[in-house]
Write a protein that binds this ligand. Sequence first.
Ligand code: PMP
Length: 370
Amino acid sequence: MLKNQADQSTEAALKHVKPQVRELGAYTLRPYEPRVKLNQNESPYDVPDQIKQRIAERLADRPWNRYPPFVASNFISAVAQATGWPAEGILVANGSNELIQSFFAVVVGEGTPVVVPEPTFTLYRLMAEVNGGRVVSVPLDEELRFDVDAIVAAARESGAAIVVLCTPNNPTGSALTREEIERIHDETDALVLLDQAYVEFGGYDAIPLLAGRPRVVVLRTFSKAMALAGLRAGYLLGDPALVTEVNKAKLPYNINFFTEVAAAEVLRAADLLEPQIEAIRRERDRLYEGLRQIPGIRAFPSGANFVLFRVEREGLIHTRVFDRLLEEHGILVRDVSKYPMLAGCLRVNAGTPEETGEFLEALRDIVTGG
Ligand code: PMP
């Protein structure tokens, strides 16, 4: 009887979803299988064979029928050793994405102000809004640099709980100096979340700011310089008392033992990755210089492993450039033109020297009318 009266429609299910979530679009990426993949800021180099071998041996030795350790202590102690930050102030997860989610879950509620300089990585806004928070957007300046005065003013006026600083910033490549970060911290009451996914490639490494500043939180990933995007690993550093709170929103056993073993081994052998990272920095510089020399292209300086550029040539639209790179050359870049302030912009990450060379040549041909 009751069954017949109940509403069986999809809308009856959806009406229980938070209204602010229904208004959002999900984070998505269109799948392509290009010959040259320069769209996700991955390392063009795989983990060196000798590290892989060591990881494979350690995995083979483990019982796969058992849960991973409750606390990923092997991974955490490798992070503690590499950063000099105490284990009690470290959380590890499947990529830094997951830590952004946990952090926002424990800080942001209905109407919580969150200052986000934009354009930036879109997940901060998404996580703030899923939790009902209020994003206070602060535009970058005309050169796409951080506007520190405006960030401080917005945080003070809104009473922000979090100021999110992605430095170096995705997708612009701009970075904050130590003094700028300190100013934002010292002149506001907010938690200062520093997403340093790209810091191995440039910009100020904020780990020294953690000591004595319980409002500073640093996020790092293994997906870029550390060449482990396929495994999903990242970590968060912060005051141990704050980390205890963030940990409450993290799922138990989130890290599987493949990730735990691999991330720890990669971190312990990080010197073997240094030549790769150096090569990526060189290619990033070459990309920037090469882009600057193409008439009709405006490139923005970058401290990350990618370069943002705007197609400014009369009569040529960026979508045509994107399509021709892909269809005629098999080269995939990222269309970021829908981000605020980035009309006409594409982002390209540093590849191997051959890939970077191919990209620059293809783009020159397309833009100069080839
Ligand atoms: N932060 C920034 C700024 C990023 O660009 C990315 C990846 N695109 C992430 C975090 C997420 O990285 P992870 O693979 O560690 O989840």
